[in-house]
Design a protein around this ligand. Structure first.
Ligand SMILES: CC(C)(COP(=O)(O)OP(=O)(O)OC[C@H]1O[C@@H](n2cnc3c(N)ncnc32)[C@H](O)[C@@H]1OP(=O)(O)O)[C@@H](O)C(=O)NCCC(=O)NCCS
Length: 393
């Protein structure tokens, strides 16, 4: 078996392998859309003779970090090893090769099919997604909640420019927001029947500062709304969209994937009607260039610390002095005495502020003799804008 860069003739074998591993055939043009986003040189295969038995690629993406800076991000995707060749180190060998090729990116991200796979490769859960479901029949808005209006019923494909413009504003202010290339909008708005998961064609609610795309699932008088994309740039847009969604008399429930701080329960007289019906990790992050990534974000409090970051499998990390003053960081390699020992996956989890250093300290995965320093890390890495994954890849 050999691991090498992808050549033109490999793509059909890669498509067959991915379809088999994920149990899903992508239409050829959807596949080509993802293929067009692969960063040059950042696709590898494992081959047994002429058969492709493993694939892993990195897409050329951009991610927003706390404070609004945008970093190039290698979006790791199409990770699959044939069931005929599993648990023999194929993924490990492909990741070693792929990460060598991804060196120009300061940060890498992925979505994990299973949560046990990627921690060893220095990836940590960096966003948290909650699925909320509202039984809308008895939902009433609190009397002090505004009713700003401004929502229109729209055909999504006819309002592409407005959707793109609103999403662009949203992603630039949201940690985890991703630049959304034109090919991806083409794919969303094509609204393929095989991508509807048993639901209706897309519906669109449009506000000057937000939109909701959703599908209706279910049968007669047992209908539920599944929101596929809820994007609100202002508080008015957020309230106006929720008022419209909960005003759908013939729908039983409305479900959305959002961040843990979603304000919906605060809008209603009975917040218990908003149930958390699922919790998931969205984006996993690996800091490739630790100083560059730590300097790029802003911080909520001062801290001064020497971090020793291990990365046993892929050999990243190192020892760094991090000095945060007035929201900005200096971060340089150092040989000074270490305050905090942890691994790269933990740093990935802290980076967007979605997880706290103190939780990892309690778990024994971040070791620090000074509890005040752990509290200072909690305060510094907090983000006032909750992190969210921009879109699935
Ligand atoms: C996940 C997958 C890519 C692993 O490939 P593989 O070649 O069997 O993995 P390797 O043999 O290189 O394993 C590397 C390490 O990961 C561990 N590992 C592999 N798959 C794992 C899983 N599903 N859960 C937890 N650990 C896993 C191995 O035990 C090994 O651990 P070690 O470093 O302690 O020895 C493969 O099982 C697969 O294609 N699954 C279906 C598609 C999928 O889920 N892809 C990932 C999309 S995000």
């Amino acid at each position: 078996m050999i691991v090498r860069g992808v050549e033109g003739g490999d793509w059909p074998g890669m498509a067959l392998l991915a379809a088999t591993c994920f149990g899903l055939w992508h239409p050829p043009d959807a596949r080509q859309m993802w293929q067009s986003l692969v960063a040059p040189g950042c696709a590898v295969v494992a081959c047994d003779g002429s058969d492709v038995v493993g694939t892993a690629v990195a897409l050329d993406l951009e991610v927003t970090v706390p404070g609004g800076a945008v970093l190039p991000m290698a979006g790791v995707s199409w990770v699959a090893v044939s069931p005929t060749h599993r648990r023999r180190g194929v993924l490990r060998a492909m990741f070693a090769e792929l990460h060598t090729r991804m060196g120009r990116f300061p940060i890498a991200g992925l979505e994990a099919s299973e949560a046990g796979i990627y921690g060893r490769f220095g990836y940590g859960r960096a966003t948290e997604a909650h699925r909320l479901t509202v039984e809308r029949g008895s939902a009433r808005f609190h009397e002090s909640v505004a009713d700003p209006g401004g929502v229109r019923l729209a055909h999504a494909a006819e309002h592409r420019e407005q959707l793109e413009e609103i999403f662009e504003r949203w992603r630039r202010q949201t940690p985890g927001g991703l630049h959304s290339p034109r090919q991806l909008w083409d794919e969303v708005l094509t609204d393929r029947p095989e991508a509807r998961d048993g639901g209706s064609a897309l519906f669109c609610l449009l506000h000057p500062d937000g939109f909701a795309l959703y599908r209706v699932h279910g049968g007669e008088r047992k209908d539920r709304i599944e929101i596929t994309k809820f994007t609100a740039v202002t508080a008015d847009a957020h309230v106006a969209l929720w008022r419209t969604l909960l005003g759908m008399d013939l729908m039983d429930s409305v479900s959305v994937h959002t961040h843990p701080g979603e304000a919906l329960p605060y809008l209603l007289t009975d917040p218990r009607l908003v149930r958390t019906t699922g919790v998931d990790d969205g984006l996993w992050l690996r800091l490739i260039d630790v100083p560059a990534a730590l300097r790029a974000r802003t911080y909520a409090a001062d801290v001064s610390v020497v971090l020793d970051i291990s990365d046993a499998v892929l050999g990243g990390g190192g020892r760094f002095a991090l000095e945060v003053r007035d929201g900005r960081a200096r971060c340089v390699p150092t040989t000074a005495d270490v305050d905090v020992h942890t691994d790269l996956s933990v740093l990935g989890s802290l980076y967007f502020g979605a997880h706290r250093a103190s939780a990892f300290a309690t778990a024994g995965r971040l070791r620090c003799a000074n509890p005040r320093l752990v509290a200072a890390l909690d305060a510094a890495f907090a983000s006032d804008v909750p992190a969210q994954l921009g879109f699935g890849f």
